[in-house]
Design a binder for this molecule. Structure first.
Ligand code: OAD
Length: 254
């Protein structure tokens, strides 16, 4: 899709929208230097998900799993939010009803300034007690103890993230579907759109009549069902879209 010729129609739709909803994935953090999961350089090329991202793997070898998360926490802590994260943080003020849903656990949206982020897959900066489900925020890099234990009861702590074979938090999921199926415009940004149930959010928006806009350098299973698909990096494309939106808003105000 030609970026310049499609920018106008997308801006028109956005300026008329009462509510805007976004789903982001690992691709939005790629330009910050955080590895995605799939693709040539993806984490799942080098590491086996079933050895590191399941509860069974964790119980069998908590030290190994925690070492992997400690390594990932170190990478994330050394990186900064990029221009794409920053635009989305500013959009909280631009649109009256704005919802940012992310599959990412890196916390970069919040570091860019986003205040209301729905985290579908948890957050790598939170640890959870496997006995009592108490959640502790922890920003130590590296972790002081591997594997870490609960300060209150001594049980093992696990990363507060969703692993393969686990269900997403029911209330977070319900809210996400409610918001995506009630919006006028839905974005799908930097996600391969293959992991369920997240991948169904843009489809539920489309079914309810929203315009769906995808931003991704590569096509995905969603591409054929969206209204606009921009083959672009989000850190490059979002600032261009933002500038054009603001220019038109100013023009409108006269
Ligand atoms: P993936 O790694 O599956 O997909 C990342 C997507 O980002 C790909 O489609 C890339 O083409 C795209 N991409 C790469 N660079 C980009 C850029 N600069 N701008 C925009 N897009 C870019 O990541 P997710 O779709 O987020 O789950 O993966 C979904 C879930 O699978 C993750 O949340 C994780 C993983 O297993 C859990 O850990 C539960």
């Amino acid at each position: 899709m030609d970026v310049q010729s499609e920018l106008g129609p997308v801006c028109d739709i956005l300026l008329a929208a009462k509510s805007v909803c976004l789903l982001t994935g690992a691709g939005i953090s790629a330009e910050s230097g955080i590895p995605t999961f799939r693709g040539e350089e993806g984490l799942w090329k080098t590491y086996r998900a079933e050895q590191l991202a399941t509860f069974t793997a964790f119980i069998q070898d908590p030290k190994l799993v925690w070492e992997w998360y400690d390594w990932r926490r170190g990478i994330i802590a050394s990186k900064e939010p990029n221009a794409g994260h920053k635009v989305l943080a500013e959009w909280e003020e631009l649109f009256p009803h704005f919802t940012l849903i992310t599959q990412n656990i890196d916390g970069l949206h919040q570091r860019a300034g986003s205040k209301n982020v729905i985290e579908l897959h948890g957050n790598i900066w939170k640890n959870r007690c496997i006995d009592e489900d108490t959640i502790f925020e922890n920003h130590d890099v590296p972790l002081k103890e591997i594997p870490p234990h609960c300060d209150k009861c001594g049980a093992l702590l696990r990363p507060h993230v969703v692993w393969f074979g686990e269900s997403l938090d029911g209330s977070i999921l319900h809210k996400s579907f409610q918001l995506s199926s009630g919006c006028d415009v839905m974005f799908s940004i930097g996600t391969s759109a293959v992991v369920q149930p997240a991948a169904s959010l843009p489809l539920s928006a489309a079914e309810a009549g929203a315009k769906v806009i995808e931003i991704n350098p590569d096509p995905t299973p969603l591409t054929g069902s969206v209204d606009f698909s921009f083959r672009a990096k989000s850190g490059e494309f979002l600032p261009i879209l933002d500038e054009e939106l603001r220019r038109r808003t100013k023009q409108k105000k006269g």
